[in-house]
Design a protein around this ligand. Structure first.
Ligand code: ADP
Length: 419
């Protein structure tokens, strides 16, 4: 039995099929072409079908469940037949900023929807700027793509729906949202990875899938990447050392601090909390090539601290763990010795990472016991040692980091829960 996870990112889509032992059977990548805005949704559809068409027949015939993740807060409006009536808005689109005041008037203070790029801000923008007479369904990217496979419209999951205003504590839409004129087009919300329906007959025939292959509700890209790590126990964290430094901590409690960009996603009975700092690999890339990072890192003597105290940023401003939009980068004094300079940067970032986990715990998250690492900096063993010294818990590389793998796990769990 196989399980398929599909990750729709910003530059393309990736699919991973896993077996019952969670080993990867096949991986397929597809890059987005540059298309006119009005062809965006049909381009997603083509990519989805291209991916399905590329999975070897022998694997297709044994896929039992499929799940899709999309970029969080990438949304669209559809008519009653599921045809998009607008160009989808990407996750980072901030045209809704002019309606932030309206949202602040109705939503609780500091709610996650009070952001120019929230799904709700995008919905406000559409209702005020395009003809929405035919709008029957407001869907996230993952919901719409899922509907192409199972044929049911108006269904989403509570990861995608967080930035729409869905109450993940009470598992309903709050009263301040239900009174809005467009409430009727909001999707029904199910837990991520809930089987919705089998693939349609057309899809089963076209792609040699089993008629009983279930399509499940999806999740968002960053949660899928977290799920890929396989982390299950409260207290386990995943640090992503990519261009920025992103922390995620599995917790028994939900912690939220809007001004620091800290919020919590529901994960069954647990919560996935975290925050993102502006420090990270982008600063390293500014000073060093990847080859230099490797060579100089190997020369660092980790138990001889540099005593350099930096706050590495490329431009002023930080949100987490220090919330200060004017915070200045601190990268001085800069020693001539490049190994020492790199050591100072890596130690300072490790300090910021430790401070981040400390901040989440101060707000009430479950104490940290173990950190897994993803992203371009994960392979750096020297940094791992330095980080262990500051974070004071074991640090290791995440065995799997691809969002498509996490989404395949979601599909697998949904199928196992069914049996
Ligand atoms: P993103 O997807 O966020 O752009 P990646 O996860 O691909 O980033 O990671 C890229 C980053 O990893 C770069 O900023 C680069 O400086 C950093 N990086 C690459 N190699 C190393 C290394 N050996 N040690 C530390 N950082 C590294």
């Amino acid at each position: 039995m196989f399980y398929l996870g599909i990750d729709f990112g910003t530059s393309g889509a990736r699919a991973i099929v896993i077996d019952e032992n969670e080993s990867i059977q096949t991986k397929i990548n597809c890059t987005f072409e540059t298309v006119n805005e009005d062809k965006l949704a049909s381009n997603w559809q083509n990519i989805l079908y291209t991916i399905l068409g590329k999975i070897p027949l022998i694997i297709c015939q044994e896929i039992r469940a499929i799940a899709i993740n999309g970029t969080s807060s990438t949304v669209l409006l559809c008519n009653a037949q599921g045809m998009p009536i607008v160009t989808p808005l990407w996750y980072d689109d901030i045209r809704g900023k002019e309606y932030l005041k309206n949202i602040q008037e109705i939503a609780p203070d500091n709610h996650i929807v009070c952001s120019a790029s929230s799904s709700l801000a995008k919905l406000f923008w559409w209702y005020n700027n395009v003809d929405c007479k035919e709008a029957t369904f407001f869907l996230h990217q993952a919901d719409w793509l899922g509907s192409l496979l199972h044929g049911k419209l108006g269904i989403s999951d509570y990861h995608n729906a967080l930035k729409l205003g869905y109450d993940v504590n009470k598992l309903n839409y709050p009263n301040w949202l239900t009174v809005l004129p467009f409430y009727t087009i909001l999707p029904q919300i199910l837990p991520p990875g809930t089987p919705v329906e089998s693939v349609t007959l057309d899809i089963a025939e076209q792609f040699n899938l089993r008629k009983d292959c279930q399509v499940c509700t999806g999740t968002t890209d960053s949660i899928a990447a977290f799920l890929a790590s396989g982390v299950k126990h409260p207290g386990e964290g995943v640090t992503s050392l990519g261009s920025t430094l992103v922390l995620k901590l599995l917790s028994q409690t939900s912690v939220n601090e809007f001004k620091s960009g800290i919020y919590s996603h529901r994960l069954g009975d647990l919560w996935l909390t975290g925050g993102a700092s502006n420090t990270g690999g982008a600063v390293l890339r500014h000073f060093f090539t990847n080859k230099e990072l490797e060579i100089y890192s190997n020369q660092i003597i980790t138990d001889k601290p540099s005593n350099l105290d930096y706050y590495p940023l490329l431009k002023p401003g930080e949100r987490f763990p220090i919330n200060d939009p004017q915070l200045l980068p601190k990268i001085n004094p800069k020693p001539d010795n490049k190994v020492k300079f790199l050591q100072g940067l890596l130690e300072s970032m490790a300090k910021i990472e430790a401070l981040g986990y400390q901040k989440l715990q101060e707000l009430g998250a479950t104490p940290l016991t173990q950190v897994y690492t993803a992203g371009g900096g994960a392979k750096n063993k020297t940094w791992q040692k330095i980080r262990e010294r500051f974070i004071k818990v074991p640090v290791s590389i995440s065995p799997q980091t691809e969002a498509a793998y996490g989404t395949a796990l979601l599909a697998k769990r949904s199928h196992i829960n069914l049996e």
